[in-house]
Ligand binder design. Sequence first.
Ligand code: FMN
Length: 188
Amino acid sequence: MARPHIVIGVCGSIAAFKIAVLHKHIRDHAEVTVAMTPSATQFVGPQTFLALTRNPVITTLFEPANTKPKHIDLADELDLLLIAPATANILAKAAHGIADEAVSTLIMSVLPGAVPVAFAPAMNTRMWQNPATVANVKLLRERGYHFIEPDAGDLACGWQGEGRLAEPQVIADKVFALLKLDGSKAAG
Ligand SMILES: Cc1cc2nc3c(=O)[nH]c(=O)nc-3n(C[C@H](O)[C@H](O)[C@H](O)COP(=O)(O)O)c2cc1C
């Protein structure tokens, strides 16, 4: 495959900053565009991802300069859609077809069988174990979405338990595997 195009949908989690580290692992192997939910921009400024990826960061659906909506352009172009960190909220929206901002609309604009769509969840243990989240994850798996399991450990909220975003290297390795890419030269 020529240099693949990966779109990362960043959501409103304290783990959003780790996507800057993830970018370091994949930048030599893929073109990266970042889309952010409004909540994600509370955690990391779009300028950070603009500077790292050197591609415009998608934070809104409504950009008057575009003839074709940006999320449709991106959905046409991308080779893999990664949602990381994926909040309980985005999992619920994806499971139920809600498209009310840039990231959820992008998810709805990509058919999971056409290109790989992967979620790397990050949330408090109770949110991860909540029956609503468990049911949403099950539904999404059945529909062909991929999951990069969260780790157990210290959480930013002060808890210890399941729900910490998988390590950036683990996420990168899964992305490479889904794209059938040799990521062995990824940054350590
Ligand atoms: C400090 C802080 C940290 C948060 N971390 C998470 C998190 O890791 N995972 C999660 O699902 N929600 C987390 N939330 C709640 C989400 O930001 C909230 O549900 C938001 O509506 C998610 O929007 P989004 O899915 O559109 O990004 C956090 C909220 C705050 C204030």
